[in-house]
Design a protein around this ligand. Structure first.
Ligand code: C2E
Ligand code: MG
Ligand code: MG
Length: 472
């Protein structure tokens, strides 16, 4: 019996077994008998298993082992660092909230779509890998690798800024990109990957949606980032968070109508930290949900007590920032009801500040949540209005009460005529839609006068008061 080689015949693979010759009565061989077996399925499974050893099953790009292998090989060929090599570490910003809010199927679709966009930028020689959940790595090995590193990073950020249409969802995502080259390294693949990671953490620290090229100081920053992540876990249980409050005033009467609760972290070693230092990280790790719950309950209790102390005066509202992950989480409505119950705060004295990105994520679900909130009697405002996607259809369709115009529009007022025109346009539009307008970031008398004259309903900013602990 002879086993013949596999032969590809059209789409099928065949296994041919030669059984042997057949003789006639004169002992002459007249023909041979063989068995042909369709082994397409077996062969496909073998290929799949082989590919899973080297590739990421979801996106089809290389996996970590393959990437490291290719990098080690490239380092060997680079003649002790004389030929340029570039490693890029690409980590999506805010992937986890999307995955949690829209489900793993949409999360997987997003990862595939991101991999496709990255692939579209690369040459055949470049290597793309998915190293972990939303972490990609790219290896550039050609002569122009150093120049291409920045170019690719810029193009990638631009490409990712276009929304992803995933079924009914219009998903926005960005990335933080760390870039490292092999200058001064004598073929240390692992070190290059580590440098690219450190640079990526630095890009996150700089506010995300950006790239950063590794320089020696990033190693310390990367270690700080890991430490902060660890410290954040203890912050709630150790009661290290505090709330400061900033008043929001009625523009005409200059009386305080509400207070915005702004979180601070009394870090045991680093002193008072501001939201920009830890909220992005907390959003990334999902810890923002627990932190947000604490803020909501504490703020409601504080303002309920404040109003009780100042009985006889006009009761003030409290505005609480709600992160997208917290807002879209199952059980948020129940949580809200619980907070109102335990704090005794009247629902109309609670206002939730959400950003435009929350409203853009899955219109139906968002509408459902907003309707429930409205039925409770709680108010909703759109924070930092004008900096997000500003799709006006949600203003028409969704039950929101207030627009908070971002302070970037105010900083050059009244000198900057374009900003003045934009501000006036936004205020008019909001009023036509029966929405209140809060303008944040008022720092000067001139800005205050300008906004009052142009019809802003409420004002907030350092000109009136900085955020501070609530006193009564
Ligand atoms: P935001 O909600 O837009 O809050 C207003 C920010 O602008 C505050 O910064 C406030 O201190 C600052 N600000 C107010 N008036 C002025 C002004 O006149 N000039 C300037 N230059 N700045 C002014 P802060 O406290 O650092 O908070 C930054 C952001 O962090 C907040 O922006 C909000 O998005 C987020 N954040 C704060 N607390 C929480 C929280 O409890 N939960 C969540 N999810 N996010 C929070
Ligand atoms: Mg706010
Ligand atoms: Mg704001």
């Amino acid at each position: 019996m002879t086993l013949r080689n596999y032969r590809k015949d059209g789409t099928a693979f065949w296994n041919q077994l030669l059984i042997g010759p057949v003789f006639d009565a004169n002992h002459q061989c007249t023909h041979y008998i063989g068995i042909q077996q369709d082994i397409t399925l077996i062969r496909e499974q073998e290929d799949l298993i082989a590919s899973q050893r080297t590739h990421d099953f979801l996106t089809g790009s290389a996996n970590r082992q393959t990437f490291e292998g290719r990098l080690i090989q490239a380092c060997k060929l680079s003649q002790n660092g004389r030929l340029p090599l570039v490693v890029m570490s690409v980590d999506l910003d805010g992937f986890r909230p999307i995955n949690d809010a829209l489900g793993h199927v949409v999360g997987d679709q997003l990862l595939c779509a991101v991999a496709d966009r990255i692939r579209g930028l690369l040459t055949k020689e470049d290597v793309l890998a998915r190293l972990a959940s939303d972490e990609f790595a790219i290896l550039l090995t050609d002569d122009g690798a150093l120049e291409r590193g920045i170019e690719q990073a810029e193009k990638l950020l631009e490409l990712l800024s276009q929304p992803f249409e995933l079924g009914p969802h219009n998903v926005h995502v960005s990335a933080s990109i760390g870039i490292a080259d092999n200058k001064g390294l004598t073929g240390r693949a692992i070190e290059m990957m580590h440098h690219a990671d450190m640079a990526m953490y630095e890009a996150k620290r700089q506010g995300r949606n950006t790239w950063h090229w590794y320089d020696g100081s990033d190693a310390q920053h990367g270690a700080d980032y890991a430490q902060l992540r660890h410290d954040l876990m203890e912050a709630i249980t150790q009661h290290q968070f505090v709330l400061h409050y900033q008043p929001i005033l009625a523009a005409q009467s200059q009386t305080v109508s509400s207070y915005e609760a702004l979180i601070r972290w009394q870090h045991p070693r680093r002193g008072l930290l501001y939201p920009g230092d830890f909220i992005p990280l907390a959003e990334q790790t999902g810890q923002i949900v627990a932190i947000g719950q604490w803020v909501l309950e504490q703020a409601a209790k504080d303002i309920a007590a404040f109003n009780q102390q100042s009985a006889g005066q006009q009761a003030v509202t409290v505005a609480v920032n709600i992160s997208p992950l917290q807002f879209r989480r199952q059980g948020f409505y129940e949580e809200l009801k619980r907070v109102l119950r335990v704090s005794g705060l009247a629902p109309e004295l609670l206002e939730l500040e959400v950003t435009e990105s929350v409203l853009m994520m899955g219109a139906d679900r968002t509408r459902g949540i907003l309707n429930e909130i409205c039925e409770l009697g709680v108010q909703v405002s759109i924070d930092d209005f004008g900096t997000g996607y500003s799709s006006f259809s949600y203003l028409r369709d969704l039950p929101v009460h207030t627009l908070k115009i971002d302070r970037s529009f105010i900083s050059d007022i009244p000198a900057n005529q374009r900003d003045s025109a934009l501000l006036q346009g936004m205020i008019q539009m909001a009023h036509q839609l029966s929405l209140n307008v809060v303008v944040e970031g008022i720092e000067t008398l001139e800005q205050y006068e300008f906004m009052r004259q142009h019809g802003a309903d409420y004002l907030q900013g350092f000109y009136f008061a900085r955020p501070a602990p609530l006193t009564w």
